[in-house]
Write a protein that binds this ligand. Structure first.
Ligand SMILES: *Cc1c(COP(=O)(O)O)cnc(C)c1O
Length: 497
């Protein structure tokens, strides 16, 4: 089968220690023309080693080939389809990297005076305005370094807002069971209490389920929309009306704005504050552990509580304002992760309003195409139109003992990164697939073909699936043991206990 680019690799490679041959030279150095210095004369003698026991001896070519092969095992969006649901592992145009790497931008000293960074402040301000427009809200801060940090900052602002009105008792945050897992964690960090709201059998939140929980202690509803089932919360507006009527505010987890931007504005659905994940929707790779950027957009009622410094425009000059009496304070060194928001601005400017809308349309179309084809062989727990991702389960494969984890492992044999599995928690055995807007029909079809083959294998020869993966050097790891008793040093096989 032709999977795009990945199927030819065999993931096996001896360690350098295992390849070592006694006295094989690495780089032969000629006698230097300058006098040699005994290192013991310049370094504390006990720190100087003449030899490292067991140090591998290899030629330069052995070493270069070893690391080149290892580098090719690194699965990334630039090498293959990466359908990790909720994470938006999409292609990020290289042009935007170049824009963010212009010397005038990257060489700035973070402590440079305002007068010397007018250009960067102008770009930051322009991005704030663009994100406010996309959100349908009034003001934006670029400071939070991730989605989860933005949630924390947003909840701190909401708490500050209630306190400023003497509403100290508003400490209860309502969070649906389909919200992203960071939501309750971030809200709890502010010291507020969390109440879970059950969503309906159709996977979305209904006003009747929320209403009994609303009272004078309600601080906010924290809504992920689209929710983690990939479903649009169709009652968003009415939910917001009810929360507002009870004196609370609405926080939107907008990490997955490639489902909405250019089509629907959260501000028009009653949202008071929301975050973006620039490292998902807006052209920064996601999944490498950072850095990220999670700008926060707010309605004017929350603007006094924005973190400092706030960027002010005065005519054609920009100023960093630290004198904000109600501000929750500083939440990030300097004013955010500039390289990431420069990429985002380049992305927004190159696509324009029509391009951003098309991104959303394609992301949603691709997810619905996958769902329409895969539902023939996989169970769909909430069978309705999805947004940017879809959720399947292993229910139909269970008869032969094949589970979600097996399906994910088998996908590796077919050259694909597995989707997100066992999340969201409200779905048993979930496989959460997000194709993103970038993929061609051919790569979607190749993935579908692999999933269909796996479903057929699960029915006819399940051991192929339960025994996967076969291509990697190590197949199934004892993950618990690896975490509890990690072995971090290599030892020669004969020395193993
Ligand atoms: C990724 C994600 C987050 C968390 O964002 P981080 O930048 O990883 O902290 C929050 N909510 C949703 C819906 C997400 O997809």
């Amino acid at each position: 089968m032709s999977t795009p680019g990945r199927s030819g690799l065999i993931f096996d490679e001896a360690l350098l220690f295992e390849r070592s041959r006694v006295d094989r030279p690495g780089i032969p150095l000629e006698d230097p023309e300058v006098p040699c210095v005994d290192p013991r004369e310049v370094i504390e003698p006990k720190l100087v080693r003449d030899d490292i026991e067991g140090f591998p001896e290899l030629s330069e070519l052995d070493v270069v080939r070893h690391f080149t092969r290892l580098s090719q095992w690194n699965y990334g969006i630039d090498s293959g389809f990466y359908p990790l649901g909720s994470c938006t592992m999409k292609y990020n145009p290289k042009l935007n990297d170049l824009a963010a790497q212009l010397p005038g931008l990257v060489d700035l000293h973070p402590l440079a005076p305002e007068t010397a960074i007018q250009g960067t402040l102008a770009l930051a301000h322009e991005l704030e305005e663009a994100l406010a427009e996309i959100a349908g809200l009034d003001r934006v801060t670029l400071q939070p370094a991730a989605g989860a940090q933005a949630e924390l900052v947003g909840m701190m602002m909401i708490r500050a807002y209630h306190r400023s009105r003497g509403d100290d008792q508003r400490v209860r945050v309502l969070i649906p069971d389909t919200a992203h897992g960071t939501n309750p964690a971030s809200a709890a960090l502010t010291g507020m209490e969390i109440a879970e709201v059950k969503s309906g059998a159709d996977g979305i939140l209904h006003p009747e389920q929320l209403a009994p929980l609303l009272d004078e202690r309600t601080s906010a509803l924290m809504l992920t929309n689209p929710n983690t089932l990939g479903l649009f919360e169709t009652h968003a507006e009415e939910l917001a009306e009810r929360v507002h009527a009870a004196g609370g505010l609405v926080y939107l987890d907008g990490a997955n704005m490639n489902a909405l931007m250019g089509v629907a504005k959260p501000g028009h659905m009653g949202v008071d504050v929301m975050h973006f994940n620039l490292h998902k929707t807006f052209s920064t790779p996601h999944g490498g552990g950072g850095p990220g950027s999670g700008p926060l957009a707010v309605r004017n009622i929350l603007a006094p509580f924005l973190p400092t410094p706030v960027i002010h425009r005065e005519g054609d000059r920009y100023r960093l304002d630290n004198e904000f009496p109600y501000s929750i304070g500083r939440v990030h060194a300097f004013f955010g992760n500039a390289g990431i928001y420069l990429r985002a601005l380049a992305y927004i400017r190159t696509l324009g309003a029509a391009g951003l809308t098309e991104v959303t349309q394609r992301a949603v179309l691709n997810a619905n195409y996958l769902l329409a084809r895969l539902r023939e062989q996989y169970d769909v727990p909430h069978d309705r139109r999805v947004m940017h991702e879809c959720v399947l389960t292993d229910r139909r494969q269970q008869a032969t003992g094949v589970t979600t984890a097996d399906i994910a492992k088998r996908l590796m044999d077919y050259g694909f990164h597995p989707p997100t599995i066992y999340f969201p928690l409200v779905v048993h055995g979930a496989l959460m697939i997000e194709p993103t807007e970038c993929e061609s029909l051919e790569s979607l079809d190749a993935f579908i073909e692999a999933m269909e083959r796996i479903a057929n294998e699960a029915a006819t020869s399940p051991e192929l699936v339960t025994g996967a993966p076969r291509r990697p050097k190590v197949r199934r790891l004892d993950e618990v043991r690896a975490a509890r008793h990690p072995r971090l040093r290599w030892s020669a096989p004969d020395a193993e206990s």
